[in-house]
Structure formats: C-alpha cells, structure tokens
Write a protein that binds this ligand. Structure first.
Ligand SMILES: C[S@@+](CC[C@H](N)C(=O)[O-])C[C@H]1O[C@@H](n2cnc3c(N)ncnc32)[C@H](O)[C@@H]1O
Length: 233
C-alpha cells in the first residue's frame, strides 16, 4: 500500500520536470483536447478530454480549473467568460503555476489568475465559483472524495461541474496500483467509472452524468468526461 504523501511527492516531481508527459502520451485512450483560439500558447497541454465543451460558460461567470497545469483550459475559459468574468487555475506544482502565468502574459489575458494549492484544500472561499472544470487531474489525487467535496464547497448553489479524467472499467491489478510511477502516468490512481460517479454524488452533486468517453476495455484506463450540478438553494 503506497502512502498518500508518497503519491503526492511522485506526482509533484513528475509535473515539476520540464519534460512532463501527460496522461495520453503513450496511449490512444484519450479524447482530443483543444486549445483553438490560443495563439501563442506554448503548453504543455496534458489533459485527456475537453471539459470546457460541456461547461456551457456564460459571459461574466467565474470558472475554476482544478489542476490547471500550464493553463490552457484556464486561458480558454477566460476568453469565453469575457472581461466581466474570471478564470482561476489551482495547481500544487510551482513550476506549473510559473508556466501558466508566463502563458497568460504571452497571450495578454488579464482576467485569469493562478493559485498554488492542493485541490483537496482549495484556496477558494465557499460558493465563490459558478463553474468548476478539471482535465486529467483527479485520478492523480489519493483522496478523490475530499477533492469532490472541496469542489462542492467552492461552487455556488446551482453551479456546474465538468470534469475529464482517466477511469477504468473494473479494478486494475494490485501490482499496477502499488507502483508509484504509474500514479504519475495517470494509471494507478484511476478508479472504476461507476465508483467515480458515486463519489461525485456522495459529495452532494445532482444530475451526475457521463457525457462522453473513449471505449473502456476491462483492465485498461480510458478517458471520460462527466458533468454534474450543485443543487440550487
Ligand atoms: C496531467 S496534468 C493536467 C494539467 C492540465 N489540466 C492540462 O489539461 O494540461 C496534471 C496536473 O495536476 C496537478 N496536480 C496533481 N495533483 C494535484 C493536487 N492534488 N492538487 C493540485 N494540483 C495537482 C499537477 O501538478 C499537474 O499540473
């Protein structure tokens, strides 16, 4: 059994490196990710889906990206919500926060900000976000239930969650789950899709649904995008 702090350390070291590969580097199990309209963005893009395609962002909204990496989804979200809206990225790796801020400067995006922090302890006040997105991150988190309950706390009543992630159909072999290196590669921490949806419901979300996924083969990881809402007050 690997300890949570060990996993966090391995994941942080992986994404701090200049050559970090994402969850889809060696596989064709991911949906496409998109940075169209982000001219000048120098990446890296390490996602495994397009949560923004299912977030239905409106002008003026506040969007938060859990595990924002180099900021591609945050910068795109900032464009979509316009000058009266805001996009906030949260990431636990200082090197990623630095890259994201550099990308924001290059693209001259002024309504985006990046905060250093863990998504299990979000640096956000209660009910402060209209929309929360995440792209290929929660699989890397040892306590996924805590991450979803933090997302629930930070969303306003009626707010929306759209998450792309690596999941499984059934359980992965214990030898795979016990290997710290396969956590950083988005394999060991992936959980069964039904269990993933159940964790989101247990955090308090409603209308939890899978909106798209790549084909799921037992014993292998695949990408799914899930949407849910926090019940209105
Ligand atoms: C696979 S990359 C995805 C980055 C980005 N979402 C994208 O689509 O390019 C995973 C990111 O999640 C961050 N991360 C992993 N675990 C985290 C945690 N517990 N809290 C905050 N960030 C985390 C890593 O530092 C890394 O930047």
């Amino acid at each position: 059994m690997i300890r949570s702090d060990e996993i966090r350390q391995v994941v942080r070291e992986h994404y701090a490196g200049g050559t970090a590969t994402g969850c889809c580097a060696d596989t064709d199990c991911c949906g496409g990710t998109a940075e169209e309209g982000l001219q000048g963005f120098i990446g890296p893009s390490l996602g495994c889906g397009s949560p923004l395609a299912y977030a239905a962002l409106q002008s003026g909204e506040t969007v938060v990206d859990l595990g924002s990496g180099a900021g591609g989804d945050v910068l795109r979200a900032a464009q979509l919500v316009g000058p009266t809206g805001r996009a906030i990225g949260v990431d636990m790796t200082p090197e990623m926060i630095w890259k994201a801020r550099q990308n924001a400067r290059r693209l001259d995006v002024t309504n985006a900000e990046f905060r250093l922090g863990e998504i299990e302890h979000l640096p956000l006040s209660e009910a402060s976000a209209d929309v929360i997105i995440s792209n290929c991150v929660i699989n890397l988190v040892p306590d996924k239930a805590l991450a979803f309950s933090e997302a629930f706390r930070a969303l306003r009543p009626g707010g929306r969650l759209a998450v792309s992630d690596m999941v499984t159909a059934g359980l992965l072999p214990p030898s795979v789950r016990a290997d710290p290196a396969t956590w950083a590669a988005c394999i060991a921490g992936a959980v069964d899709l039904d269990d993933y949806l159940a964790m989101i419901r247990a955090a308090g979300f409603e209308r939890v649904e899978t909106v798209t996924s790549t084909p799921g083969t037992p014993g292998q990881v695949f990408s799914a995008t899930v949407r849910a809402i926090k019940p209105p007050a």
